[in-house]
Ligand binder design. Structure first.
Ligand code: SF4
Ligand code: SF4
Length: 289
């Protein structure tokens, strides 16, 4: 099985329209939506959730009032002002608690313990294109890198069990911990970029990251015709650095329309854009051989 992560330096480069089209073109295939902070692949692929699982990214303190003798030590020691007295009881504000564990260590009555704080859910689902693992992270919840690893590993497990030929990972944007988790151990990375100065900059940064992890990387220029000059520069950069450009997808409002209609663009319309994506997929298959 080949695992391909589709990444971009930032959100909004058209990554989801490419991944959903690949799902349609390579069906049946396995899918992992590792963009857990802003998941949107489900809006196009309409997964039927088969199993929901809780995710806890952090631990917080909790006080057992049956043991507490109200000595006030924990409240004085907490540097984050996370402990307060509410209705004569000591309570921890789970949003303010940073999980440092100081209160647990110093409580003379062992009345405090660290507990898992629910911060999201992840799902094992079925789509009409194959199995999909995806997640929903709570607002400002932490440890999305760990959640990405769970999503990626489960999708891989399902894909291997079902003997699938490909697995597509919709990677997290940026170059931080979540994107590292979404490219770890994959066979191939496809960077989706757009011809803008920030797009070019983000693409170069993420290519350094994939090079660092020795992941063969290719590039697709989405909306290439909105700035032909920068597209040319990206092509020159690709030749210079060995990051081959294997596809260029033209700009067309039909892509947004297809997303609004909740369909992969290659299914929504048969026109220039869908032909560009089909050619990209065929070039990618050649590269994977
Ligand atoms: S340190 Fe322990 S005993 Fe003292 S107030 Fe806090 S929880 Fe209660
Ligand atoms: S774990 Fe740290 S931050 Fe949380 S309540 Fe205890 S002392 Fe405060």
């Amino acid at each position: 099985m080949k695992t391909i992560t589709i990444v971009s330096g930032k959100g909004g480069t058209g990554k989801t329209s490419i991944v959903s089209s690949f799902a349609s073109l390579a069906s049946p295939t396995a899918l992992a939506d590792c963009d857990v902070d802003a998941a949107d692949l489900h809006l196009v692929l309409h997964p039927q959730i088969k199993k929901s699982n809780p995710f806890s990214g952090a631990k917080v303190a909790e006080i057992d009032m049956d043991k507490c003798l109200s000595c006030d030590l924990c409240r004085n020691l907490c540097r984050f002002d996370a402990i307060d007295i509410v209705n004569m009881s000591y309570k921890v504000d789970h949003i303010a608690c940073e999980g440092c564990g100081v209160c647990v260590w110093f409580c003379p009555e062992q009345a405090i313990e660290m507990v898992d704080e629910p911060s999201g859910e992840w799902y094992i689902s079925e789509t009409s294109y194959g199995p999909m693992v995806h997640a929903k992270l709570g607002i400002a919840a932490e440890n999305s890198g760990r959640l990405v690893t769970i999503v990626r590993n489960f999708a891989r497990g399902i894909a291997e069990t079902r003997d699938m030929e490909y697995m597509f990972v919709d990677g997290s944007p940026g170059i931080g911990c979540p994107v590292i988790a979404s490219i770890t151990g994959v066979d191939f990375a496809l960077i989706v970029t757009e011809p803008t100065l920030s797009g070019q900059h983000d693409m170069e940064r993420i290519s350094e990251l994939t090079a660092h992890f020795n992941i063969p990387t290719r590039v697709c220029i989405n909306k290439w015709d909105i700035n032909v000059e920068i597209t040319k520069k990206i092509e020159e950069w690709g030749e210079r650095t060995g990051n081959k450009i294997i596809g260029k997808v033209r700009f067309d409002n039909i892509v947004t329309e297809s997303m609004v209609q909740g369909l992969p663009v290659v299914e929504y319309s048969k026109n220039g854009v869908s032909e560009d994506i089909e050619l990209l997929w065929s070039n990618l298959q050649e590269e994977l051989k």
